[in-house]
Ligand binder design. Structure first.
Ligand code: DX5
Ligand code: ZN
Length: 231
């Protein structure tokens, strides 16, 4: 499994100072920039679209991790890729043609991710695991930053890790929602290797110090060390 990567979610940044915020997380050596796209249908909130991604692309070389919380995501794959997305993640619940959508992302040489809401069973991805590059397990109900981590998701992360291991493929396991320095270790032990953090990073005074603190928490921790049956 790859090294653990940290992706600040710009949902919690100061939008009036977007450029400085992006520069600050770059300076803090964030591995990815997580961008939450919400349509007011699949989730109750409305955020941003491809133009915003394009603007961010213009000021950073850090990989852009675009999390589409929208209905019929296939309609917008091309637009987000043209705007500069490196990772495109769609929700399994909202796409009856998930295989085709993931195939389209892959055909454009981008990282194809599939995300599951907390209540969505894992078997929904059984028949796409042979092609996905990333699985994103939501650890809160999507729509808003600043919610609390749902403890039952630890077992789900560990089960996802086992499923991924069973494929023999290298698939990233990302977690999103309520991830903090204090629970980073637990989610990584359960198997996560990409941690999205919104309020934890953008709510801190010093992003560089916060990311250092998270990495310190993860020193010596090996990914997937804890078994699903022990959780
Ligand atoms: C929630 C979003 C998250 C959100 C996480 O629907 O997908 O990316 O920004 O925020 P925190 O880390 O504050 O829970
Ligand atoms: Zn997200």
């Amino acid at each position: 499994m790859n090294e653990v990567r940290i992706g600040p979610s710009i949902l919690s940044c100061d939008f009036l100072r977007l450029k400085e915020e992006i520069e600050a997380v770059d300076e803090a050596k964030a591995d990815l920039i997580h961008i939450d796209v919400m349509d007011g249908h699949f989730v109750p909130n409305i955020t941003i679209g491809p133009l915003f991604v394009e603007a961010i692309r213009g000021i950073t070389k850090t990989p852009l991790d675009v999390h589409l919380m929208i209905e019929k995501p296939s309609r917008y794959i091309g637009a987000f890729i043209d705007a500069g997305a490196d990772i495109v993640t769609v929700h399994a619940e909202t796409d009856p043609h998930l295989h085709r959508t993931l195939d389209e992302i892959k055909s454009k040489n981008r990282t194809a991710g599939v995300s599951l809401n907390p209540s969505t069973p894992l078997d929904i991805i059984d028949y796409v695991l042979d092609m996905v590059d990333l699985v994103l397990i939501m650890t809160v109900n999507p729509g808003f930053g600043g919610q609390s981590f749902i403890p039952g998701m630890l077992k789900k992360i560990a089960r996802t890790y086992d499923m991924i291991k069973g494929t023999g493929r290298s698939i990233d396991l990302e977690v999103d929602g309520g991830i903090k320095a204090h629970n980073a270790k637990e989610v990584v032990m359960a198997g996560a290797n990409i941690l999205v953090m919104g309020t934890e990073i953008f709510g801190s005074k010093n992003y560089k110090e916060k990311i250092r603190e998270i990495r310190r928490e993860l020193e010596g921790v090996s990914c997937g060390d804890r078994k699903a049956e022990d959780l």
